[in-house]
Design a protein around this ligand. Sequence first.
Ligand code: HSE
Length: 312
Amino acid sequence: MSRQSLMTIWEVGKMFSIRVPATTANVGPGFDSLGMALSIYNEIEVEEIEKGLEIEVRGLGRDKLASNEDNLIYRSMEKTFKKIGQYPRGLRIRQYNGIPISRGLGSSAACIVGGIMAANALKDSPLSREEILQLAVEIEGHPDNVTPALFGGLVVSASHKDKVQYIKFPINNSLKFIVAIPQVELSTRRSRGVLPKAIPFEDAVFNVGKASLLVAALISGDLEKIAYGLQDRLHQPYRIQLMPSLEKIFQEAEKQDLNQLFLSGAGPSLVYLTWDGGNEEKEKNFYDLLGKMPENWDIQILRGDNKGARFK
Ligand code: HSE
């Protein structure tokens, strides 16, 4: 069937709204593997129109995001249409960003997941959630943000023979994510660019132990053990050198036994992971520590999102 004849079977006026959560990837030692969905969201509304492309971007980072064919939601929709083999006549996209951009909180993953789901819905959903996931990972490059953005919860993912395998666990309702977001942006590309080509064997062993303990603590509910499972030697030591305050914060946190701290995704945001009834003095020490840094840090207290991307 030609592209033209396929176009005619689309229904102009079909419209969908989708809500996609932010994510915190890596969660300390689980580089490119662990991710958790958080309670801030991007909202995406898409509609098939007679012709052309109309994109409106609102909310955080709106001045920095493309409202043409380079827009990430649009690009993800395009890839989905190509996979499905059908294209719309025209498209209207309205994007409202509640997730700060380039801060390590999964704003790109939210756009990719939302874009694919929107395109799929416009064509009566031929792609399963599994197929949506594989396409999202293909676009994003690694699974640790896209799996929780799509499914919600705490997700452990790993690739096996080019396919992502994952297991989702619910995030304990009492967990409190104290997210500290600096004004400065950091692109994932730059943050991946400083990672080493090889690491010492003992660092690899360190991370295997920490990541395993962390997952066990999170899913068993033995929350006190979280503090011993969040440390990392694969990416954080290299990345924090990109911003002097991050280095100082981690050094000082170690001195003060603030062990529940990790870099969110590729950074530069930080997460201090605690729980209702957790150690309030340490929480306060973390705020005091941030207050001594020259940047303004926006602090948001978030919860886990266990639903993932959904239609409104
Ligand atoms: N695991 C990825 C990284 C998350 O740390 O580079 C960012 O997409």
